[in-house]
Structures are given as structure tokens and as C-alpha cells.
Write a protein that binds this ligand. Structure first.
Ligand code: ATP
Ligand code: MG
Length: 333
């Protein structure tokens, strides 16, 4: 059976980028013919500084966001990474398989480390090897992620291939990234050349899943655009990243193609389109954020669900780690 794994970091509040690029697609992918494993990757979050109480709260927010969006904890496995210690254990093995030169090519490290890479944590540098462990820990076949994670999934394939060839085994699969639809790269509302991120500097550049209706309307209203409104056809979005982004967000929220969105609002002004987009976003997000808040009122219940998920995850992870140790030659009693 195909097995899906994906994760989100508790490094800030969930954004519309996380929702459209990841969560919404995970919900749509759930099916009885697949194993679905979803994770709040707290060990990844601490590659940059996290306030400890905020990290715990953020982990619960991710769980609440996934549950409220429709991840079913009975049929999918939902847990936080640090409760399954096998992830960190497998990551160490992969640190010894991956090459320094591979890590040097990772663009996310360059973006996140900024100009002063010497001051970045060693964990931030090794992040892709932990991500490979997250995925390969479950022999996942498919990883639905946003466009920004494509390079890390490719590295995961390289690590799997090198492990298999170094040890002469056919053990870790070649996992495929699933990056489909208009929501896989939601851009920053103030700068259409950068992606929307939960850890970005300004709150105005992103829509948070927990933003209220007025805030959502205000952020779209203030979103950067060029003076031209919507074009008559999608070709007219070429070279206009901010305009394309707003159309793509509309398309993704409404399960339409960008072509169909343009056909509905041909040549519309921003004064017409932005409020329509805000209304659509509120219609889709408000029921989810209401349910998230309800769930977050009972943190103990979220913690119980995560612990149960971790138990189920470990049932898969433990034998795979044991087998890996055996292949590598690590002596077990
Ligand atoms: P951070 O700024 O801390 O890296 P983030 O918003 O990038 O946070 P992640 O936890 O790194 O979120 O990523 C979780 C998932 O959301 C990944 O699958 C990632 O590809 C996806 N994702 C993140 N940002 C976007 C975006 N702007 N558009 C589409 N998908 C996104
Ligand atoms: Mg990110």
C-alpha cells in the first residue's frame, strides 16, 4: 500500500501557505487504501531558537489545525516528532551517509542562515538529513509538500540510494514528492518574489489560519499589487508575481483552476477582486479556526491524541530502525 508522510514545524502560527500547500492536500489525500502519517516536527523547529512554552503551544496548534481541517486521527497517524525517538536515531545514521557537499547545495539553509551562516546552528545545517529520516522511517512512498521542500525530498532519495548501495541492500524506497495544484507556492503578500512563511518578519505578509475576518480582509486589502487589475486571460499574469499569487490563492481555496478564476473575474479591478478573495478565505478558514480554538481549549485531550499517534507511529518505526541498525552493523543484544 502507498504510504504518505508529511510534517509541519511548530515555528510560529499556521499560515494560509501551510494550509493550501500542505494541510488541505493532506486532508484530500486521506483514503482507506493508503497509510497516512502526519507529524508536528518539533525537532526541526528547534534548529532556530524557540521559546520553550511557545514551542509546546505551537505543537498543539499544529495538531488542532490538522484535526480541525479534517485529518482523522483514527485512520491517519498524527503525532509530534520528538515522541518517536527513532527519528533522531535514524537521522544520525543518515548524517553518516549524506555528504557535506550535498548539504552545501541546500537553498533553504542559505535562506534561513542568512549572511552569517557561521552563526547558524549545526542542526539547521543537518536539517535535511533529519527530514530524510522522518520520511524513510516509515518507508513512505509519497510526500505531499509545498514547492519549497522539493529539494529536500530529492536529497531524501539520494540518501536512500546511497544507503542501499553502500550496504548492498534494497531497503529504503525512492520516495516521491507530491507537489500539485495552484496552492503549492503561496507567496508573501508584501513581496511576491518570496514565499509566505510562518516565521517571516511581518504579520502583514501572511494570512494566519487563526486570523479573524477583519484581519484577513485588511491583509488582502493591503497586499501588494500592480496598478493593473486582473487580466482577461491567465497569460496576462506572466511577470506579475503578486497578481498571480492572489489568483492562485483564490483558485486553490475554491478548487478551481486559475483559468476559471480569471474567466469569472475578467479584467476585474483589485477593488473588486480583493474583497471577493477575502470573503472566500473567511468562508473557508472561519469554520476551521473556530474548531481549532475549541480544540485548543482542551490541551490535555490534544496531548492524549498525540501520544496515541506516537504509539502507532513507533509500531512502524521500531522494526525499521532495528533493521537499519542491523544492516549497518550496530551490535544489538
Ligand atoms: P518556517 O518559516 O518556519 O520554515 P513555513 O511556513 O515554511 O515555516 P514549514 O513548517 O517549514 O512552514 O512547512 C510545512 C509545510 O508547508 C511544507 O510542506 C511546506 O512546503 C509547506 N509550505 C510552507 N510555506 C508554504 C507556502 N508559502 N506555500 C505552499 N506551501 C508552503
Ligand atoms: Mg519552511
Amino acid at each position: 500500500t502507498p504510504r504518505v508522510f508529511s510534517g509541519i514545524k511548530p515555528s510560529g502560527g499556521l499560515t494560509l501557505g501551510n494550509y493550501l500547500g500542505a494541510i488541505k492536500r493532506w486532508v484530500d489525500m486521506q483514503s482507506p487504501d493508503m497509510d497516512n502519517i502526519y507529524c508536528a516536527v518539533d525537532l526541526h523547529a528547534i534548529t532556530v531558537w524557540q521559546d520553550p512554552p511557545a514551542l509546546k503551544a505551537g505543537t498543539r496548534e499544529i495538531a488542532a489545525g490538522l484535526l480541525a481541517s479534517g485529518i482523522d486521527p483514527e485512520n491517519s497517524i498524527l503525532f509530534n516528532q520528538s515522541q518517536v525517538p527513532e527519528h533522531a536515531q535514524l537521522a544520525w545514521i543518515f548524517n553518516c551517509v549524506a555528504r557535506v557537499g550535498w548539504m552545501n547545495r541546500m537553498t533553504q539553509f542559505k535562506d534561513k542562515a542568512g549572511k552569517n551562516a557561521e552563526k547558524a546552528s549545526l542542526g539547521l545545517y543537518a536539517y535535511p538529513s533529519l527530514m530524510a529520516a522522518d520520511i524513510l522511517m516509515y518507508h513512505a512512498t509519497h510526500v505531499p509538500v509545498g514547492e519549497d521542500q522539493k529539494q529536500h525530498v530529492e536529497l531524501t532519495r539520494d540518501i536512500a540510494a546511497k544507503f542501499n548501495s553502500d550496504f548492498g541492500v534494497d531497503f529504503f524506497p525512492q520516495t516521491e514528492a507530491v507537489i500539485e495544484g495552484p496552492g503549492t507556492r503561496v507567496m508573501n503578500l508584501r513581496d511576491g518574489t518570496k514565499k509566505m512563511s510562518k516565521s517571516g518578519d511581518s504579520d502583514m505578509e501572511r494570512i494566519n489560519m487563526l486570523d479573524d475576518a477583519d484581519t484577513i480582509a485588511k491583509k488582502f486589502k493591503k497586499a501588494k499589487t500592480d496598478p493593473d487589475g486582473l487580466p482577461e486571460t491567465v497569460e496576462g499574469l506572466a511577470g506579475r508575481p503578486e497578481a498571480k499569487n492572489l489568483v492562485d490563492i483564490y483558485a486553490s481555496l475554491s478548487d478551481m483552476t486559475p483559468e476559471a478564476v480569471i474567466a469569472q473575474y475578467p479584467g476585474a479591478s483589485w477593488g473588486t477582486f480583493k474583497p471577493a478573495l477575502a470573503d472566500l478565505a473567511v468562508t473557508k478558514l472561519a469554520p476551521i479556526s473556530d474548531e481549532m480554538k475549541r480544540l485548543m481549549d482542551d490541551p490535555a485531550e490534544i496531548d492524549r491524541k498525540l501520544a496515541r499517534g506516537a504509539q502507532k507511529a513507533r509500531e512502524i518505526a521500531t522494526p525499521i530502525l532495528e533493521k537499519t541498525y542491523d544492516i549497518v552493523g550496530l551490535l544489538r543484544a
